[in-house]
Design a protein around this ligand. Structure first.
Ligand SMILES: [Zn+2]
Length: 147
């Protein structure tokens, strides 16, 4: 044991620096609350600052807590999720409405077009918030780098 002490002591300077850096960047980041904050289009860290500047442009940093948000790589993930959800809602709804109510084709096409576009516009920024929040909570793409 005593032989190991000098070696550990020699390396302790670096080890302490690494440990403190890990402590600073290893605070708990629960994924589920972050996802809910993202769905509300709020900062995944504090839940008070606005995540977006406009409809889909993510703010560089949170105005309330200063969390850097530009690390996100949401890319086309939110669009994919939006299509996935809206498509899986629309397909059975079209089937049910057509078989149960037999509306005029123009009524059905107009109604479902408006519903589809409105639901997509509603979900897209919220799902982008969820994707950014997951990336923040999981320390992906530079969200885990010490400040
Ligand atoms: Zn914040």
């Amino acid at each position: 044991m005593s032989q190991h002490v000098p070696q550990n002591a020699a390396a302790s300077g670096d080890a302490d620096a690494i440990a403190s850096a890990n402590l600073a960047s290893n605070e708990e980041r629960p994924t589920k609350p972050a996802m809910l904050r993202g769905f509300r289009r709020c900062c995944p860290n504090c839940g008070r600052g606005q995540l977006f500047d406009g409809y889909l442009k993510v703010n560089k940093t949170c105005a309330v807590c200063g969390q850097e948000l530009y690390h996100h790589r949401a890319d086309d993930g939110p669009a994919y999720l939006t299509i996935l959800i809206v498509g899986h809602l629309m397909a059975p709804l079209i089937h049910i409405v057509f078989t149960q109510f037999r509306p005029d084709p123009w009524v059905m096409a107009t109604g479902f077009t408006i519903f589809c576009v409105a639901l997509s516009l509603y979900l897209l920024p919220r799902l982008k918030g969820v994707v950014v929040a997951i990336q923040w909570a999981r320390r992906m793409h530079g969200f885990g780098a010490p400040a």
